[in-house]
Design a protein around this ligand. Sequence first.
Ligand code: UDP
Length: 384
Amino acid sequence: MTAALFISHTAEMGGAELFLVDVLRDGPQDWTGGFLRDGGAAMALRDAGRPPLIVHAGKSLFEVRRESGLLSGLASATAIFAAARELARRAKNFDVICANSQKALVVCSIAAKLARKPLVWILHDIITDPAFSPTNRKVAIFLANSFADRVIVNSQPSLDGFVEAGGKAAKATIVYNGFDIKGRPRWSKSCADALRTQFGFSDKPVVGIFGRLAPWKGQHVFLNALAQLPDAQGLIVGSALFGHDDYADELREQVKSLGLSDRVHFAGFRDDVSILMAGCDAIVHASVADEPFGRVVVEAMLAEVPIVATLGGAVGDIINDGTTGWIVPRNDATALAAVLTSILDDPTVARQVASCGRIDAARRFDIAQTRSRIAAVLNEVACR
Ligand code: UDP
């Protein structure tokens, strides 16, 4: 096995970090996770008996955002070099360094050069998304083309974005996120009852939306759809990450102004998503921008709960519309409400679709497959 050090810049519980936790939790013992700042994902690895490496990077590195330009990047140069030197020193006993985010790519590119180790970048984004500043995009593509031996991308749209931005297609391989299938709860009456008791919901249907609270995740569209479904209750699971607290406040205001206060519950960030999903009657994924992967879509399918997701990005690769879930246009609360109405009105058909969704997702998104595909890339790179 190839000894690999996976580095994420943040340990906040975003999809990329949860991907890493899942890969490492029962993964090969010579794979280690690392973060440039301590946090929830690092704690999750410790709890799993896989203590991570923490290489503290200066605060200025975290002030560079997707939309940041050259100046803020330059301002963090000292912190980047200090972290890279420290990382290079600690990477001595590893065969490969894997950068699990764009900021990590910056630090890992230098560290890999200093430590003379091969570098793999795991790209979780559609890099052509306008949310990334042209500077950020150019820097990432330059580093990938110049320093990374291989690039693992999480979906075809992420691969397309990488190539369109100038990334070398020959370096890229698609590896889907994977999930622990065995022992994962499926919808059941007892999960549904427990959910209702926990959040004080009535016997009427519960529709859930899971994910960080951010404008592009479209929780506001979900609320507008819910306002058109007088019998449905809404469960919003997730917290604002990466500085989107204002949006969380706006959602609370929207709930009040739509008169939904007695039937919508904000659950905050939860580490028992699979159990909560298994108690919902339907799950919505409402992104208003292209979704690079969409872990919550697969998780809803694995919970055997009807999923309605918005078109764009990888959603069309995950869901077969009408067979394993439903796809609706994005930013269209009325279309979303119409599909939810038909699901809630005809639970028998909805259950059949959800059952096909579970079978398909279990076949395509098993964590064991993800690990073996990553291992193949790492072995190839280490053998060069
Ligand atoms: N998630 C979680 N607790 C929450 C909300 C979300 O553990 O309260 C998880 C969710 O189950 C999923 C991940 O966060 O695994 C979000 O990944 P996704 O690809 O959907 O979105 P991203 O955050 O990467 O854009």
